[in-house]
Design a protein around this ligand. Structure first.
Ligand code: GLN
Length: 570
């Protein structure tokens, strides 16, 4: 039998002579990068991304380089066409990748920008394998799930390891052990651990401890079965994180330990927490960070002095959670008002700003389907400020416009995001400029005053996926405006975009003459990016999605501005 060194050395090309196949990027150094693999059992939605990002944060604080990657089971090439109602918000990275909302959790927790190397779907993996097959890269071999598809997965992880120069790559596998669609990912992780050798990979199984109300006690059976399922795939977990509504008791942890060959010190309780920003402290308390370092044999790589300063900064932030002295209510109008995940970044951005200002931000979800100019006051009577967020399609738009009109006329603090920016332009055009027929061609394709229209460069591109303006873009700010002040008198700022429509440049002069200020514009194209109304305490909107770049220790200024205005409005 060959040892795994030989196996690694023999890889790279596929030949009919050998069964070994595991493509390795040129220059890959085995042992340099370690892998922490986070998998779920029992059910989805356990917060694998939250767990993984919190653990990664602890390692980053210790001076280690970390790179997360989410492996999604679905066949879509990216998350762009996914309905946020089903799958949570579509998170957009600076390079334009549309991905799962977990990438937002990683960016916020690590205060680090990610890119398309940090996100993979089954669709991408199969696409790459099939493209290689068509190019003849497999040299006459029949292309198989093992070793070719799993080989492609390992190639991605090793490429990320090399590109990021990471000490640890955090691999989060979407779905749950036992799902057909992610089975090849789990198999790839088994192979990876074998090929990389001892102390190269740390497997974490997240599981859930049920506590049926009728029994009044915690039950571990579902967790045991879930872990067994993972073990049947050849994966021996090193750490088991038990999610539960309340702290998991010793007896249950013992039982799980016995059934899974994991010492009890590594079977940890992770009860629900009011804020995800408190989870890094929970992981530290149970010694998870050092367990992982020991398992991976990298205790000697850490910088404890750096950790002390980073941790102190973090605690300055988390110490403020729950101690807010004031409270404001922000209304968010939106189509997916019943699902918090659809607006995850906005909720996070409000939380960051609230904590920074010592103010608890409560959210009132407002369904705009029945809102009109006549009853807007009634619907908005309990809020101190409103956000009209991004969206697509017709439903509820007239209600949103009525809310914006009310905010404009009654000096209610208002922040418009993407679609909300477009609605603010329509409202102003109709009710201030007198363009009664003003609309967006997204809502009314044949409208006679298309103040919002499809981007000229996008008109040519057909099909739903792939014709949006995506990713990070610079904005030039106009001196002496509210936006300019919010961003600390910076000339240029960068935000992320995801839109197909924009202000038609032909209307800009009319809008500006009537008093609207476009305080942020594209430095190179006639694209309006921020608008504001002078004389109003806070009326500001942007074509971008500023929520995507708000970070716990660096709250996004447009959100901080809104919360501050809402506080004064109270
Ligand atoms: N539907 C609008 C557009 O395509 C806004 C998009 C959004 O809010 N993300 O331009």
């Amino acid at each position: 039998m060959t040892d795994n060194n030989e196996l690694l050395a023999s890889t790279g090309d596929s030949s009919v002579e050998s069964e070994y196949f595991s493509p390795i990027p040129d220059g890959y150094q085995k042992g340099k990068t370690k892998y922490v693999v986070v998998m779920g059992t029992v059910m989805s939605g356990l917060g694998k991304g939250i767990f993984s990002s919190c653990l990664a944060k602890l390692m980053l604080d210790k001076g280690l380089k970390v790179a997360p990657i989410k492996l999604e089971g679905y066949l879509n090439i990216d998350s762009g066409t996914l309905n946020p109602f089903r799958h949570g918000e579509v998170f957009v990275l600076d390079d334009g990748m549309e991905c799962d909302m977990d990438l937002g959790t990683y960016e916020r927790m690590l205060d680090q920008n990610l890119d398309r190397n940090n996100f993979s779907t089954s669709g991408q993996i199969y696409r790459d394998v099939l493209e290689k097959e068509r190019r003849g890269d497999y040299l006459g071999r029949d292309v198989q799930m093992i070793p070719h598809v799993t080989g492609e997965v390992k190639l991605r992880l090793r490429t990320l390891a090399m590109k990021s120069n990471a000490d640890i790559v955090f691999v989060e596998i979407g779905g749950t052990a036992g799902d057909l669609e992610n089975a090849f990912y789990i198999e790839a992780m088994r192979e990876l651990a074998y090929e990389e050798g001892a102390h190269s990979c740390c497997f974490v199984a997240l599981t859930y401890i049920l506590e049926p109300r009728i029994l009044g006690e915690q039950k571990s059976k579902a967790a045991q079965l879930g872990i067994k399922q993972l073990m049947q795939c050849g994966i021996q977990p090193d750490i088991i994180a038990c999610r539960a509504s309340s702290p998991v008791n010793e007896k249950v942890r013992q039982k799980i330990s016995i059934y899974s060959n994991v010492p009890i010190s590594r079977v940890v309780s992770l009860a629900d927490s009011a804020s995800i920003y408190q989870i890094p402290a929970m992981l530290r308390e149970c010694g998870m960070d050092f367990e992982v370092l020991r398992l991976l044999h990298i205790e000697d790589r850490i910088d404890l002095r750096r950790e002390r300063t980073e941790w102190a900064k973090w605690c300055d932030f988390t110490d403020k959670i729950g101690k807010e002295k004031q409270e404001v209510v922000i209304g968010i109008t939106g189509k997916y008002t019943s699902v918090r995940d659809s607006y995850a970044s906005i909720i996070n951005a409000l939380e960051h700003s609230g904590i920074a200002l010592g103010c608890k931000v409560k959210i009132n979800w407002i369904d705009t389907s029945d809102i009109t100019d006549k009853n807007a006051a009634e619907h908005l009577k309990d809020v101190d400020g409103i956000i009209v967020p991004g969206g697509f399609g017709v439903r509820g738009t007239e209600g949103k416009i009525s809310c914006i009109k009310y905010a404009r006329m009654h000096k209610l603090p208002f922040l418009g995001l993407c679609f909300g920016f477009q609605m603010a332009v329509i409202e102003f055009a109709r009710n201030v400029c007198g363009l009664k027929k003003a609309n967006s061609t997204e809502i009314e394709p044949k409208c006679s005053e298309p103040v919002i229209d499809i981007l000229p460069e996008q008109k040519a591109i057909e099909g739903l996926g792939g014709n949006m303006r995506l990713g990070g873009q610079d904005m030039k700010l106009k001196p002496d405006t509210a936006a300019f002040k919010l961003f600390g008198n910076k000339q240029t700022v960068r935000m992320r975009f995801r839109h197909r429509y924009e202000v038609d440049p032909r209307y800009v002069e009319t809008l500006e003459k009537a008093g609207l200020i476009f305080s942020g514009k594209s430095p190179t194209q006639p694209i309006m990016q921020i608008l504001e109304l002078p004389g109003h305490p806070y009326f500001i909107a942007t074509q971008a999605h500023p929520c995507l770049t708000s970070r716990p220790l660096h709250p996004q200024p447009m959100f901080t501005g809104l919360v501050a205005a809402a506080m004064s409005n109270k």
